[in-house]
Design a protein. Structure first.
Length: 632
């Protein structure tokens, strides 16, 4: 035809006839590149949109073809709602305008890029304009460039080249972001590095932050997070202020938080004031002995005197001396006659109590205790109401002793009670003694003593949370068990958790703002621009000789050229990282979402793959009716 021979590739006679007619049609005058690009853009957008809408029908056609090829069953007619079917309809309605064939190289690039835009907007994340550029125009251009290059040097590889070009183009924006990430992405990447180094998953980070309570920060989660915090707290910039302000403000409320947890144990008390109140109550109760003794009957102490005299005969030494003194108390002063006055027996009991208070010899104490019991029985018979007064007085005495016991429960010496001993003491101490009615206040006084001791420890170690932890929590589990016996599990758990949290908070602040330059902190300071870790020209020369020095000089020039841009990006990353380190559970959530996105075929990878598949299908369907000149 016109002196040239053509080879026509078509699936059927109708398509071949259509191609021949196209060759016989008179050629239109060449049009401008701008007009060609305009028509190519319009047709490309329509083709991309129709292919997208017709994707279900296209998939159905592919399935029918494959099923027919495998089973031998004739395939049904093609779906009119496939991409090719919709494009055929549109081409007829527009007299072929939607299937416009670009006449210039810019037109070809334009049409391919435009055909990618509908899919990019439909599947893209973000604004339509951003998606069209990142996932439409860029992969479209790279696909066309790859296709034209393959068409020139390896025509058989053109479909594969276009597919690879589209995928690569779709990943270019992501690659650019990977090399030059935004401040948010770069900062979150640093959080991910520290979490990995501290063996923490986002779920574990969230759980730990919940344990810390509302004052917890990401900076508290591990040594690498603390290293990042310490680095940013000592590098000039917005990051420095963010870190130090957050840590200082939190530290200012430490005593208040700790005080609140201690107040949960019970009202604050001063032991000396409590003891004074107990003694005042004893004096009031003591006044009740007068009316009781005023109505008392005469006492016959002959039986007691006889027993004491027999015991005196059979004992020696301090025991004998103590019994002799008690026997003497029973007589009327200056005589050998027994005193029947109940007041004399009352005074005898008080005298025996005095002897027992300062006695160390257990045998003497045994003899005195037996004598006192008999005296007590005589009094009970002579003054029936005296035992009730005794019970009230003894209860107050036991409360005074319990107050002192409570102040010793956290001791670590040999005299400190064991958890089992304290538990037994609390149980038995609640049982009333004598004629007392209702539970004793001994456990309550023990709790007051323990509460006061915790106050004392906190007051003496106001700025040393580590010392508070050591003295209150102890080295093992004993103090926890004893505190649980006194205050209950819930209150004890809250107190110890607050103590542990405040120690972590203090450690984070001291690490960040203190003068200790650990290797961990220095490592992050270098990474974030706080110290110059780059090699010098002599170091390059020492490592690689003359060629090394030349390479070093080139690196230094490049660093100079890029220092402005990289410096600004580094400052923005540091500022955002400081906000994340002083953040809470939302940081763990953001990290989890980032990891989930990285584990799925989403974002740039998905966009690139979808666009490449759509373009490849579009070109495979468009091969019907194409013509190529054949060699003579």
């Amino acid at each position: 035809m016109n002196g040239e021979r053509y080879q026509i590739e078509a699936p059927d006679d109708a398509a071949a006839s259509k191609a021949i007619q196209g060759l016989q049609a008179p050629k239109a005058a060449p049009q401008s590149t701008a007009m060609d690009m305009l028509k190519s853009a319009g047709s490309g957008v329509v083709q991309g949109a129709l292919d997208l809408v017709g994707l279900p029908g296209t998939i159905q056609n592919a399935f029918d073809n494959s099923f027919s090829a495998i089973t031998g069953i004739p395939k049904p007619p093609p779906s009119p709602l496939s991409g090719s079917g919709l494009r055929d309809v549109a081409s007829k309605l527009t007299e072929g305008a939607t299937e416009y064939k670009p006449e210039t190289t810019p037109g070809k690039y334009t049409q391919t890029a435009a055909s990618f835009v509908p899919g990019a907007v439909a599947f893209g994340a973000g604004s339509p304009v951003s998606s069209a550029l990142k996932y439409g125009v860029v992969p479209g251009v790279t696909s066309e460039a790859s296709g034209q290059l393959a068409e020139k040097y390896a025509p058989s590889l053109e479909p594969y080249a276009r597919f690879a070009g589209a995928v690569a183009g779709g990943l270019i924006p992501a690659g650019f972001r990977a090399m030059f990430p935004a401040a948010d992405d770069a900062a979150l990447a640093e959080i991910a590095k520290a979490a990995k180094a501290d063996n923490l998953t986002p779920e574990q980070m969230r759980a730990r932050l919940q344990e810390f309570g509302p004052e917890g920060m990401v900076a508290d989660l591990g040594p690498n997070f603390q290293g990042q915090t310490g680095a940013l707290a000592n590098i000039p910039g917005a990051n420095n202020k963010v870190i130090r302000t957050a840590l200082d403000e939190r530290n200012a409320g430490a005593n208040s938080r700790l005080g609140q947890s201690i107040d949960d144990l019970g009202p604050r008390v001063v032991p000396s004031q409590v003891q004074e109140g107990i003694e005042n109550s004893q004096r009031v109760v003591g006044q009740q002995y007068g009316p009781v003794m005023a109505d008392a009957r005469a006492v016959n102490s002959e039986g007691l005197a006889n027993r004491l005299e027999a015991a005196i005969t059979n004992t020696r030494g301090p025991e004998q001396q103590a019994l002799q003194r008690v026997r003497g108390y029973l007589n009327i002063p200056g005589t050998n006659n027994l005193d029947p006055n109940p007041q004399a027996i009352f005074a005898t009991r008080q005298a025996i109590d005095g002897l027992m208070a300062g006695e160390q010899n257990p045998q003497v104490i045994r003899q005195l205790a037996m004598a006192r019991q008999e005296v007590d029985d005589l009094l009970a018979n002579a003054a029936p109401g005296i035992k009730d007064v005794d019970a009230r007085y003894a209860e107050l005495a036991r409360q005074g002793e319990a107050l002192g016991e409570g102040q010793r429960v956290l001791d670590s010496g040999r005299t400190a009670p064991r958890p089992d001993e304290l538990s037994t003491r609390l149980t038995e101490g609640a049982i009333p003694q004598g004629t007392g009615v209702g539970p004793s206040a001994v456990p309550f006084r023990i709790s007051q003593g323990a509460r006061a001791e915790i106050d004392r420890i906190v007051g003496n170690n106001q700025n040393d949370i580590a010392a508070m932890n050591r003295l209150i929590k102890g080295e093992g589990d004993w103090n926890r068990a004893k505190l649980e016996s006194i205050f209950g599990s819930d209150k004890t758990e809250r107190l110890l958790r607050v103590l542990g949290n405040e120690k972590t908070f203090a450690d984070t602040r001291n690490f960040a703002t203190g003068n200790s330059l650990t290797a961990n902190r220095l490592q992050y300071q270098k990474a974030y621009g706080g110290a110059d870790s780059r090699m010098t020209i002599p170091e390059y020369y020492g490592a690689g000789g003359v060629f090394g020095a030349v390479r070093g000089a080139a690196v230094k020039i490049a660093e100079k050229l890029l220092s402005g841009v990289s410096g600004a990006r580094g400052e923005a990353r540091n500022a955002r990282l400081a906000e994340l380190l002083t953040g809470k559970e939302e940081v763990a959530d953001a990290l989890l979402q980032s990891q989930l996105r990285g584990n799925r075929l989403t974002g740039p990878a998905k966009q690139a793959l979808v666009q490449a598949l759509l373009d490849q299908r579009r070109r495979l369907e468009g091969q019907s009716g194409t013509t190529q000149p054949s060699p003579q």
